[in-house]
Design a protein. Sequence first.
Length: 104
Amino acid sequence: MGAVLTPWRSKGEPTEEKLESIFRDEGLRPSWWSNGPGDRYGAHSHPYDKVLYCARGSIRFDVPASGESFELQPGDRLDIPPGTSHSALVGPEGATCVEAARNA
């Protein structure tokens, strides 16, 4: 199974507290990061399941093997399986994300 995008369905914008609570409920330890507009991450992969939420701004993840692109807005979640090559492009307003590793 490939990367899976889950759109934000809760009312209102996601708060840091709400997103951290979601990670804690799943037994995960979140880590926050931010990037400026147009920043890029080259293709890479991880040996773990990557669980990521966009908290502010926007970011696009590309998965070359499947030809898929995932546009994340505030609250959207992306789950990327281990070993899945992906790259990212930060949107025009920058992005703040929170992520965690889920070990298999």
